[in-house]
Design a protein around this ligand. Sequence first.
Ligand SMILES: [Zn+2]
Ligand SMILES: [Zn+2]
Length: 192
Amino acid sequence: MKCFNHYNMDAVGLCSQCQKAGCRSCLSDVGGSLLCVSCQQWAWQQEQQRAYQSRMQATLQQAETVTKAKRAIRNSWIYTILVTLLCGTVPLLELARTYPLILLGYPIYVYCIWSTYWVWKPVYQGWRKLLSGMGCFVFGSPMFVVFYLLLFTFWIPAMITGIYGPLGGGFKEYVKHRKMARSQAPLYPIQY
Ligand SMILES: [Zn+2]
Ligand SMILES: [Zn+2]
């Protein structure tokens, strides 16, 4: 058998893509399979296309991460302002008329509200994962069922949120989101 390109040369093998017979100079081993020159070009283009698509996807994902983190940071301030104003501030100011020193505790109160914003989601997600991992059993009278459901789906994670947030969990989540919001998006991929 002769090479498809050089009629005077003996073929050394077949292209794994187009099955054409080629000589030593017309076939090359690409990743363990023989390819002719035109199929090598085709494979290279496919590879470029794949690389382009994965870069494109990474760019979009990155942009989404940044947007989400920025939104979370903005919402954390709205949440903190609303919650501190709606509950706590009025009775606190009322009390401060008699005990002015109580105002010193106000920043701590605001901090606690702010920190719980950041941890309630990871805490609830972690808690649900834990429960589904254990295979939670509920038994007893309907009243107890309601009690257990509230306890396990609401009170316990709410307690964890209230403790873990102020103890540093909130700050940790905030720093994480700040980093995400500032992370540099990769350069927009260039079309080939
Ligand atoms: Zn080929
Ligand atoms: Zn050849």
